[in-house]
Design a protein around this ligand. Structure first.
Ligand code: HSE
Length: 287
């Protein structure tokens, strides 16, 4: 049995911890077999190949939630670089939970997601769902609530340019810089942007989607962890992007527009000019 969990763009501008979109590539793949305990082998990007791997944490969590004995053997092809801002831990956690669900014959979305969130909690210290949930459902997802699970999905098809620099921003660190309270005017602005973005996504109006890729809840506080942000943003806009912002808690950034190959290249070059190697590509909404 095989499980594929795509990378995701969490927050997607103004939707902190609420919006997320699956992207076609990269992704994590797991080949799964029933086993009498929990074992994992890893190929691809370097992550632990023991019980601390979030895929194992999530798989175990599902067994525990159901009071089941036994385990799974997983061969994880780790396609998403850890600490990239592309939902690497979310995808592996989800793949582990789905692998366990396949072995146990479970199809309950809420239980699978609850188990996957245990992997996310182990990785980042917070069980936020905006990577795990779009990776599970595909498309663009809006989390109304995690418990009970209430998710709204927009079946948009959107192309994005993605740039991933060779630096790491751990989500756990990026969450520590967030304030407990935000100014009311910033909350209002985010509400305006987020609600407008939902309508723009339904209409696939990429110019408006681009204009709304901003955030006043997390980005202003996180920018100090990403001193390159303004330069890369400017390069993308100069290359014709309609909008650009950070993916998840970074360091990856993404942009929307028409000429995305040029936009992706411009973002990659902006990183290179600052002495940071970066890979870039164009992809679209994942299923
Ligand atoms: N919503 C999360 C955050 C996503 O911004 O901390 C992390 O990938």
């Amino acid at each position: 049995m095989k499980v594929y969990a795509p990378a995701t763009i969490a927050n997607f501008g103004p939707g902190f911890d609420v919006f997320g979109m699956a992207i076609e590539k990269p992704g994590d793949e797991v080949v799964v077999k029933e086993c009498d305990n929990f074992r994992i082998e890893v190929i691809g990007h370097k992550v632990p190949a023991d019980g601390s791997n979030v895929a194992v944490v999530a798989a175990k969590a599902l067994f525990k939630l159901l009071g089941e004995e036994g385990g799974v053997y997983m061969k994880l092809k780790k396609g998403i670089r850890p600490k990239s801002g592309l939902g690497s831990s979310g995808a592996s956690s989800l793949a582990g939970a789905v692998a366990a669900a396949k072995v146990l014959g479970v199809e309950d979305d809420e239980l699978i997601i609850r188990a996957a969130l245990e992997g996310e909690r182990a990785a980042s210290g917070s069980p936020h769902g905006d990577n795990v949930i779009p990776s599970y459902y595909g498309g663009f997802t809006i989390i109304e609530s995690i418990s009970p699970l209430r998710v709204h999905r927009i079946d948009v098809e959107l192309k994005v340019a993605v740039v991933l620099p060779e630096v790491e921003v751990p989500t756990s660190e990026a969450r520590k810089v967030l304030p407990e309270k935000v100014p009311l005017k910033d909350a209002v602005k985010n509400l305006a942007m987020a609600s407008s973005l939902v309508l723009a996504l339904r209409e696939e109006d990429i110019e408006t989607i681009g204009r709304l890729l901003d955030d006043r809840l997390a980005l202003p506080y996180r920018k100090k962890l990403m001193p390159w942000f303004d330069k890369v943003r400017e390069a993308a806009l100069n290359a014709g992007a309609y909008g650009v912002t950070v993916s998840g808690s970074g360091p990856a950034m993404f942009a929307v527009g028409e000429n995305l190959r040029e936009v992706a290249k411009a973002m990659g070059e902006a990183f290179e000019e600052m002495g940071i190697r970066a890979e870039y590509w164009v992809t679209k909404t994942g299923r």
